[in-house]
Design a protein around this ligand. Structure first.
Ligand code: ZN
Length: 160
């Protein structure tokens, strides 16, 4: 069957940046699953998935505006170092998590002082064109429960 609204798509991917460096891949592990048409993956990739079939492989390059957005120049924040989660010692360039009112988000450490750190709250992939090599392993009809939740369950999806 073809990828359309309210189908669950299982896929393997390799994500590279505009200079061909691998950022992420799930080739060696279980596929990722998402519910099509609910914004569960970045917009540009969801668009490229529409109408594809199980077994299909393709490559798509997604511009920043259809991925994690442009980099905002005013996104630097000074935070107490103890609010950075994920490591004991921090160096510029490391990715930390911080708790916000919208849940945890990733920030990049720009400068580390004695008690405070300057972090860049842009998404680490903001402002970057992303190239995905995709292989679709399965397309299936979503269950009523998956549609109600707005995400895929089972292998590669959410586990409750
Ligand atoms: Zn659910």
């Amino acid at each position: 069957m073809k990828v359309e609204k309210n189908t669950v798509v299982l896929f393997h991917y390799r994500l590279t940046d505009d200079s061909g460096v691998e950022i992420e891949s799930n080739i060696e592990t279980e596929p990722t699953a998402y519910l099509h048409g609910h914004g569960g993956i970045i917009a540009g990739l969801e668009k490229a998935m529409a109408g594809r079939e199980s077994g299909e492989s393709f490559q798509v390059t997604v511009p920043p505006e259809d991925a994690y957005g442009p980099r905002k120049p005013d996104a630097m924040q000074r935070l107490p170092i103890k609010h950075l989660l994920g490591a004991k010692r921090w160096k510029p360039g490391m990715i930390a998590q911080v708790q916000t009112s919208q849940g945890r988000r990733h920030v990049m450490v720009a400068k580390v002082g004695h008690k405070f750190a300057d972090v860049d709250t842009n998404h680490p992939l903001a402002g970057r064109a992303l190239t995905f090599d995709i292989t679709i392993s399965e397309v299936r009809v979503a269950s009523a429960e998956e549609i109600a939740h707005g995400h895929a369950h089972g292998v590669g999806g959410h586990h409750h």
